[in-house]
Design a protein around this ligand. Structure first.
Ligand code: PBG
Length: 326
């Protein structure tokens, strides 16, 4: 072997390193999450997520223009309603916060691809992702509400819907409802392998969706399970999911890789709030190089097999990639 084989030959300078690089990030990989709130001129920074804001629709529109001009193709929209109730009525109100924001975004920046998060947790008074019966989230009664929410988003002009609730059977329920209501061309991106993760902490501040009792472990997956992810993904594809997502990303790269190897549909990964906050916090303390760490994290997610990355770094990363000519 040695000295014939010297792998360092192909690492001698940046030109050759770039030529043999196996994975490259592109701005078209990114989907940027946004948080819509009622009001005007509201741009409130999420304290645990520096650089991320709860924004009123007028501010979202400004942000959307910037996002598009940076080349980021898509956003994932979350909404914070004015009132919450037991059954999350704000989620499927045709004049709800997400519906209003979708209309404004599609009107102002038509070529920005708008994906909506379909879930009840931001809209329920108890903060769970479905309706409560006997102290737990009741699966089947929740399906109809999720389907109504997805249809309502499609009516408002959403380009794609993304159910994140983890109820069994929701992809089929949503697909059938969209088809019935005249939206056969609206794709469904399913949060297929979504784990019950501590990394969602900062998001719950942003979306005001912390469960008021218990936790989400009766519907989100156990972080210890790997094979089960393939089952969840297979079911969602059978039910009609067009894109499947693994969430979180950084601590679930094995799952992204398994899903990539086992299925042919596009795979998305959600680089979640806690993963973002960790990097931002350490950077603030001066402990790490934020830019390099951000690119390394995103590259690792892509290398594991993700085609698309939902990330709060989308704008920052777009700026860096364009500055290095990518
Ligand atoms: C709603 C939802 C959550 C996230 C996306 N959709 C939170 C949760 O399940 O509690 C988390 C996103 C993030 O942490 O960035 N069900």
């Amino acid at each position: 072997m040695f000295p014939v084989h010297r792998p360092r030959r192909l690492r001698r300078n940046e030109t050759i390193r770039r030529m043999v690089r196996e994975t490259s990030l592109s701005v078209s990989d990114f989907i940027y999450p946004l948080f819509a709130v009622y009001g005007k001129d509201v741009r409130k920074e999420v304290s645990s997520m520096p650089g991320c804001f709860q924004e009123s629709v007028d501010e979202l529109v400004k942000n959307a223009k910037e996002i598009r001009s940076l080349g980021v193709p898509a956003v994932m929209l979350f909404g914070i309603p004015e009132h919450k109730d037991e059954v999350g009525s704000g989620a499927y109100d045709d004049n709800g916060i997400v519906q209003t924001a979708v209309r404004a975004l599609k009107d102002a920046v038509p070529d920005l691809y708008v994906i909506t998060d379909v879930c009840l947790c931001e809209y329920t008074s108890h903060g769970h992702c479905g309706v409560i019966e006997k102290g737990d989230v009741a699966n089947d009664p929740t399906l109809e509400l999720l389907a109504r929410e997805a249809v309502s988003h499609a009516k408002a002009g959403a380009d794609m819907v993304a159910p994140s609730d983890m109820m069994d059977g929701r992809i089929e329920a949503i697909r059938l409802a969209l088809d019935d209501e005249g939206f056969p061309d609206i794709p469904v991106m399913s949060y297929a392998a979504k784990y019950a993760s501590a990394f969602y902490g900062p998001f719950r501040e942003a979306a005001e969706s912390t469960p008021q009792f218990g936790d989400r472990r009766s519907y989100q997956m156990d972080p210890a399970n790997r094979r089960e992810a393939l089952k969840e993904v297979a079911l969602d594809i059978e039910e009609g999911a067009d894109i499947v997502m693994v969430k979180p990303a950084m601590t679930y790269l094995d799952i992204i890789s398994d899903v990539r190897d086992s299925f042919d549909v596009p795979v998305a990964a959600y680089n979640v709030s806690g993963e973002y906050s960790l990097v931002k916090a350490a950077a603030r303390l001066g402990w790490i190089d934020e830019q390099r760490m951000m690119l390394e994290v995103l590259t690792s997610i892509k290398r594991a097999g993700a085609d698309l990355i939902l990330t709060y770094f989308a704008k920052d990363a777009a700026k860096v990639l364009s500055s290095i000519g990518l």
